[in-house]
Design a protein. Structure first.
Ligand code: HEM
Ligand SMILES: [Cu+2]
Length: 575
C-alpha cells in the first residue's frame, strides 16, 4: 500500500467527505459509511421481524403448545422465510459489499447515488412483501411461492423491486473496484477479504438474474398476462436463484470468518493462494448444487440428478473444507506465536473466549461444519435424499448453516461495526459476551431437535403432525429439544438486537480507539501481533491441533454419511 495517493482525488479542500479511522488506519468515505449504516439497520430491523415470527411458528411446531391456527402459521412461515433468508441476509451482505469495496481498499465510493437507489428499491420491496404477506390472505405461499400456488401480483412485484435494488447495489461494488484499481488504491490482487466479497458479488449477479427468470413469469401469470407457466421450469429457475443465493451467504460468511479471525487473534492466512483458490471453486461449481432441490421432482432423470448433485458439486464442498482448515490453522499459528504453545490445544484454551467476535467465529465454524455441512452433503445425495426429503431434517440442516453459521458470523461482525462504522461505544458489553453462546447454544439444540424429529418422519412446513394419529413419545422429546432451543435462540436474538439498538441510539458519537471490545490490553491487535515470516515458519507454531480437529471432522463426516446409506439399506428387505 506504499504508493497510495495521500488523499482521495476528489476531496481537495472538502473536509467532510472522508475520515481516517484511527484504529484501522484506513480511510472511510462518508458516503460508504452512511450506506453501510443504512443497510445494516435495515438488516437488523428485518431480523427483528423475522425473529418474532420465528418464536410464534416454533411454538406452533412444538406440538405441546401448537400456538397458532393454520392460516397464521403459514402466513408467519412465509414472513419468516422472507425476512430472514432474503432481507436480513441480503441487506447485511450489501453493507458488507460497500465496506469491502471502499474501506478495505482504502478507496472511495464511486457511485453513491446509484447505491442509494438500490437501497431504496430494496427497502420498498422488502417492506411491501411484509405488508402483503400479513394483510392479504392470498400470499401465504411460503417464500418459495411455488407455482401453481398463486400469490397477488404485488407479492411478486415486491420480490422484483428487492432484486433489482440488490442488483444495482451489487453493480456499485464492481464500479468501486474498477475505480479503486484505476486510482491505484491497491496494488496487485486485492486483499483476501475483499476477494471473498467479490466472489459473493459475482455469485449474486447471476443468482439474481435466475431469480428474475422465475419470478417475472410468475408475476405475469398472476396478473393474467400469460395463462400458464410450467411449475417444473419455475422450480428449476427458482432454485437457480435460491441455491446459489446460499453460496452468496457462504462466501460472505467466510470473508467475515477471515475478518473476525484477523480482528480477534490477528491471523495471517497460512497460504493466501490456497484460500483464494477455495473461493474460485465456489464460482465454478456451486451452481450445480441447485439440482439438489429438485431431487423429489418428476420429469428429471435419475442420471441428471445424480450427476448434478455429486461429482463436480463436491469441488464446491472441497472449497469449504479448504477454508475450514485454513482458518483454524491460521488461528492456531497466531495464538502459538503469542506464546500459547502448550500441548495440542493450549492455544485454544487461551483464546479470547470472552471476545464476542471470537466466540461468534468459533460457534459459526463449528456448527456450520459439524452439523450443517455434514447433514447437507447427505441431503444433497440423490439416493439418501429419499430418506430425508421434505422432513424436518431440512430446516434442521439449514438452521445449522445459514443461522448458526452465517447469522452468528454476521452478528459477531456487527459488534465491531458499532465502534468502527457507527462510531458508537458498544453498550451492554456483558450481554455481548454472552450473546453468541446463548444464540449458538439455542440454535444447536433447535437444529438437533429438528434433525432428530425429521429422522422419525416429522415433515417440514406442516402445521399439525397429529392428523395421522398417534405421535410417538420420542417425537415429543425431540420436539421439546427443538422448542427449548428455539426459545433460547430467540433470547439470544433479543440480546443481540438490544445491544445493537441501545449502542446505536444512545450516547455520543466517538471515534473508536481500540479494536477489541472486551479482552486485550487496548492495543490494536493487528499492530501488536503482526506476524513475521519467521513466526509463520517456526516449527513450534505449526497448526498441529487444527490438523487433529480436521481429522476428527472427517471421521465424523464418514460415520454420518455411511450411517445414512445403512439406514437406506434397511428400508427395503430383499430376500
Ligand atoms: C431464533 C431464531 C429462529 C428460530 C426459532 C427459527 C425457527 C424456525 C421454524 C420453527 C421454522 C419452520 C420449520 C417448518 O415448519 O418447516 C423455520 C423455517 C425457516 N427458517 Fe427459521 N428460525 C430462526 C432463525 C432463522 C434465521 C436467522 C434464518 C435465515 C437466515 C431462518 C431461515 C428459515 C427458513 C428459510 C425457513 C423455511 C421457511 C419455509 O419452509 O418456507 N431462520 N424457522
Ligand atoms: Cu441448496
Amino acid at each position: 500500500m506504499a504508493t497510495l495517493a495521500p488523499t482521495f482525488p476528489w476531496v481537495k479542500g472538502a473536509k467532510d467527505d472522508y475520515r481516517t479511522c484511527p484504529v484501522l488506519t484506513l480511510k472511510v468515505d462518508m458516503h460508504a459509511e452512511r450506506l453501510i449504516i443504512a443497510n445494516a439497520v435495515m438488516a437488523v430491523l428485518t431480523l427483528t421481524i423475522g425473529g418474532i415470527a420465528a418464536l410464534l411458528i416454533a411454538l406452533t411446531r412444538w406440538q405441546t403448545f401448537h400456538l397458532l391456527d393454520a392460516t397464521w402459521f403459514y402466513r408467519l412461515l412465509t414472513l419468516h422465510g422472507i425476512d430472514m433468508l432474503i432481507a436480513w441476509m441480503v441487506f447485511f451482505e450489501i453493507a458488507g459489499l460497500h465496506f469491502g469495496s471502499t474501506v478495505l481498499l482504502n478507496a472511495r465510493h464511486a457511485a453513491p447515488k446509484l447505491a442509494w437507489l438500490g437501497f431504496i428499491l430494496m427497502t420498498i420491496g422488502g417492506l411491501t412483501a411484509n405488508v402483503v404477506v400479513l394483510f392479504d390472505p392470498r400470499n401465504t405461499v411460503a417464500y418459495t411461492a411455488y407455482m401453481p400456488l398463486k400469490a397477488s401480483p404485488v407479492f411478486y412485484l415486491s420480490y422484483i423491486l428487492f432484486a433489482v435494488g440488490a442488483l444495482i447495489a451489487v453493480a456499485t461494488f464492481f464500479i468501486n473496484i474498477v475505480v479503486a484499481k484505476r486510482e491505484k488504491r491497491f496494488e496487485g490482487s486485492m486483499p483476501l477479504v475483499a476477494f471473498g466479497f467479490m466472489t459473493a458479488a459475482i455469485l449474486a449477479t447471476y443468482t439474481l438474474l435466475q431469480g428474475a427468470a422465475a419470478i417475472v413469469p410468475a408475476f405475469l401469470w398472476s396478473m393474467g398476462v400469460i395463462s400458464s407457466f410450467d411449475p417444473g421450469i419455475y422450480r428449476n429457475f427458482f432454485w437457480g436463484f435460491g441455491h446459489p443465493a446460499q453460496q452468496v451467504n457462504l462466501a460472505a460468511m467466510i470473508s467475515i470468518w477471515y475478518s473476525l479471525a484477523q480482528i480477534t487473534v490477528g491471523i495471517r492466512p497460512v497460504n493466501e493462494k490456497f484460500s483464494r483458490l477455495a473461493f474460485v471453486l465456489y464460482l465454478f461449481f456451486i451452481n450445480l448444487g441447485a439440482a439438489h432441490h429438485l431431487l423429489g421432482d418428476p420429469g428429471l432423470s435419475f442420471a441428471w440428478k445424480a450427476v448434478n448433485t455429486s461429482y463436480a458439486m463436491y469441488l464446491a464442498v472441497l472449497g469449504s473444507m479448504m477454508h475450514a482448515f485454513s482458518i483454524p490453522a491460521a488461528m492456531e499459528v497466531a495464538l502459538r506465536a503469542k506464546g500459547y504453545r502448550k500441548g495440542l490445544f493450549g492455544w485454544l484454551r487461551n483464546a479470547p473466549w470472552k471476545e464476542p467476535g471470537f466466540s461468534a467465529l468459533v460457534i459459526s465454524i463449528v456448527i456450520f461444519g459439524w452439523v450443517g455441512g455434514v447433514t447437507g452433503v447427505v441431503i444433497g445425495t440423490e439416493q439418501i435424499n429419499m430418506l430425508v426429503h421434505n422432513t424436518m431434517r431440512l430446516p434442521g440442516h439449514f438452521h445449522a448453516t445459514v443461522v448458526s453459521g452465517t447469522t452468528t458470523a454476521f452478528m459477531g461482525l456487527t459488534y465491531y461495526l458499532i465502534p468502527l462504522i457507527f462510531r458508537k461505544e458498544l453498550k451492554l458489553k456483558k450481554w455481548a459476551v454472552w450473546q453468541p453462546y446463548v444464540f449458538g447454544g439455542g440454535m444447536l439444540l433447535l437444529s438437533l431437535g429438528m434433525i432428530t424429529s425429521g429422522l422419525q418422519g416429522v415433515s417440514r412446513r406442516n402445521w399439525d403432525i397429529t392428523f395421522a394419529g398417534v405421535v410417538p413419545g420420542t417425537v415429543e422429546l425431540t420436539l421439546a429439544i427443538f422448542g427449548i432451543g428455539a426459545i433460547l435462540a430467540v433470547i439470544g436474538g433479543i440480546m443481540f438486537v438490544t445491544v445493537v439498538f441501545v449502542s446505536v441510539l444512545t450516547g455520543p458519537r466517538t471515534e473508536a480507539n481500540k479494536l477489541l471490545l472486551v479482552s486485550g490490553d487496548g492495543n490494536p491487535v493487528l499492530e501488536s501481533t503482526k506476524l513475521t515470516d519467521h513466526m509463520m515458519e517456526d516449527k513450534q507454531n505449526q497448526p498441529r491441533g487444527a490438523f487433529v480437529l480436521v481429522f476428527a471432522f472427517l471421521v465424523w463426516f464418514a460415520v454420518y454419511y455411511f450411517t445414512n446409506w445403512w439406514l437406506l439399506g434397511r428400508t427395503w428387505f430383499i430376500r
